[in-house]
Design a protein around this ligand. Structure first.
Ligand SMILES: Nc1ncnc2c1ncn2[C@@H]1O[C@H](COP(=O)(O)OP(=O)(O)OP(=O)(O)O)[C@@H](O)[C@H]1O
Length: 386
């Protein structure tokens, strides 16, 4: 039976100051459920800070939407929100994942230092990217701290993730409330097994509909609940970025598709993880920057090689020229506020060329002539044999 979360399940004031995990695979209804809970909270006068890497929390009333890339002082923003308890959605999508982690770290440091008393809920979507199990990130210790420190300042947290097996176990185990939705992967099911009372399970997690959740906590007996429809327009989309999402499913399903076998999940599931046009152009952009770096390195290297005799017998001018180019690009990447991505991937391209050049120097030194190896080095790095 569908239970309307705002009629039969009352979310009291304390709930918004507690730690709540909302777990389901992509499309299971996590951000939709979080939206419904936030709608309830806003209506009761609670405030939220939402870290939104997917633009899944648009159209919420009373919210200020802030583009992370436009924030000049992250610490300043953290301080203002901590002191004023403003309802804020921080849109992180335009930042690389490393920058998102750095942003969350700087924000939380300042927020925790300055937070004024009273309940405020921090919503961290795609939690596994900020505090993954057995992996360090710039913000992991700050995020973990939120779960470990016994706080009296009323900070509540929503931990939202589609990959429970990848979420830091300390954070997951410190939650008071668990909303667990559809999970078809066995590893993900195992990761939440400890939080489920099997006697209350009338159906398996893999059979849950979108929006159906096993709820443990909120001072009730555990039960399976269908979350009510949202009052605001949901903006969440299943991510389609091959660089960051569900690569395992992608490879598994595309392999089956190519072999013509039946897929575990119908083609819809493949579509969900196939990269969209934006992801393809992002990949193409990286490729162009990389090739550009390699080409610049090649031109500089060959120029130096043709003009300068290097006193160290086995080091070619090409290597010296391309190494200098790599260092110059790296220095540019470090100091320049502009063109960070071009300089970063350009440095990688230039470094690859330099590695190729060094490989040719070594081959020359050993007097070995292996055309297959030459071909591989040339193709992989762009460096030409001299
Ligand atoms: N309680 C609900 N009532 C009606 N529809 C729902 C409900 N929950 C989810 N849905 C539907 O399922 C879709 C997917 O939900 P949602 O975007 O929340 O998934 P998600 O688990 O956050 O997925 P992702 O990780 O891919 O963002 C929604 O766009 C909505 O159409």
């Amino acid at each position: 039976m569908a239970i309307d979360i705002d009629k039969k399940i009352k979310l009291n004031k304390e709930f918004y100051g507690e730690k709540t995990a909302i777990i389901a695979q992509s499309g299971g209804g996590k951000s939709y459920t979080a939206r419904v809970i936030i709608e309830e909270g806003l209506a009761s006068g609670h405030t939220f800070v939402i870290f939104d890497p997917q633009e899944a929390y648009m159209n919420l009333p009373q919210m200020e939407y802030i583009q992370a890339q436009n924030v000049k002082s992250v610490a300043g923003l953290g301080k203002i929100i901590a002191q004023t308890h403003r309802n804020t959605v921080i849109l992180l999508k335009s930042l690389t994942i490393e920058k998102q982690q750095g942003f969350v770290n700087d924000f939380l440091k300042s927020y925790k230092k300055n937070v004024s008393k009273g309940i405020q809920t921090l919503v961290i979507d795609e939690f596994h990217k900020f505090a993954p199990e057995s992996e360090k990130t710039a913000c992991k210790s700050e995020v973990r701290g939120l779960f470990q420190e016994s706080r009296s300042d009323g900070i509540g947290i929503f931990l939202i993730s589609q990959r429970p097996q990848r979420v830091d176990k300390t954070c997951l185990s410190q939650c008071t409330n668990y909303f667990i939705g559809r999970l078809t992967s066995q590893r993900d099911q195992q990761a939440v097994n400890n939080y489920i009372d099997r006697t209350k399970m009338t159906k398996e997690l893999r059979d849950f509909e979108s929006g159906e959740f096993y709820i443990d906590g909120i001072k009730r007996d555990p039960e399976i609940v269908k979350i009510r429809e949202a009052k605001t327009v949901h903006s969440g989309n299943s991510p389609k970025n091959i660089l960051t999402e569900n690569k395992v499913d992608f490879y598994k399903n595309t392999k089956k598709l190519i072999r013509g076998k039946n897929m575990e999940n119908p083609i819809k599931e493949v579509e969900k993880v196939l990269p969209d046009t934006k992801s393809f152009s992002h990949l193409a952009g990286i490729g162009i920057d990389f090739a550009l770096g390699s080409a610049v390195s090649g031109i500089a290297g060959n120029f130096v090689g043709s003009k300068v005799a290097i006193p160290v017998a086995f080091v070619s001018g090409r290597t010296v020229g391309s190494l200098a180019t790599t260092l110059a690009m790296y220095a540019g990447y470090k100091v320049s506020p502009y063109g960070k991505d071009v300089l970063m991937y350009g440095t990688a391209g230039s470094a690859a060329y330099t590695v190729g050049s060094v490989a040719f120097d070594i081959l020359k030194l050993t007097n070995v002539n292996m055309s297959a190896l030459d071909f591989i080095i040339q193709t992989a790095t762009g460096a030409q044999k001299q």
